[in-house]
Design a protein around this ligand. Sequence first.
Ligand code: GLN
Length: 303
Amino acid sequence: MQTIIKNAYDWAAGFLGQGQPATFIPELTKQDPNQLGVAITTCDGASCQVGDCHVKFTIQSISKLFLLAVALEDSGFDYVFSRMGMEPSGDPFNSIYRLETERAPANPMINAGAIAVSGCIRGDTAEQRAKRVLALAAKCMSVARVERSAEVFRCEVETGHRNRALAHMMQGNGVLDGNVNEHLETYYHACSMLVDCTMLSRFGAVLANGGRDLNSGHQLVERETARLLRTLMASCGLYNRAGEFAWRVGVPAKSGSGGGIMAAVPGRMGIGTFSPLLDEQGNSVCGQKALEYLSRKLELPIY
Ligand code: GLN
């Protein structure tokens, strides 16, 4: 496994320099574009890694999975999915267009959906809601606590004009109640969580393991929730790159604009990759390459 993961790293490293930093979050453009890390955790808890695996970066959209898991726990499936759909949108992750023609966001993996999801989490303040999301994230990634980047949080609150517009549109459309600022802050707290690719690979392994802790077997997220998350990852996890990714890699995965991708291979393993430069759809270029290599070598496609 160590040889295969090293070969995946070497092949993916050939694509360093391709792609763009996440310019829509100015703080993220400060990241070193040449970083690359790949980590695997198998469902029996063994792990191996190569490259920049201990470099911390913000989880960004991968946190949409934790937000959804907590919202489902608090508000239930029927309520959450009365406020959004579960179809791929075919639009960019921060698109506002569909909220004009349809009332609700297409799915919980795009920004509009995740902000609506944040509105389904119980708590009196954004910090209270975020704490619950962070607690679940810590359990799923086997760390004592998850730190956050105050700089990225502040930057998103100050510059996230599109997200603010999405939230107000949704309030106008009747799919987001309460205080818009609070919901945006909850979402940004989740996005600002600091992770490394080993942590992402552990989360992937938990989802691959039906939501159970890899050591104790304790159910961290319900089995049905884990299946829903994997399903949404497969259809919407890489935005409108999800189709080609399903062909090239063929496993449920979720990307984040911080440069991370987390993949869950049912019954087998979780994979975490990190490399900051993104393709046009907002997914790490080298991360996708590393996953493509691993998928071929380890025969991972589920289709
Ligand atoms: N926090 C980012 C945003 O709202 C998340 C987007 C992403 O990771 N694609 O713009």
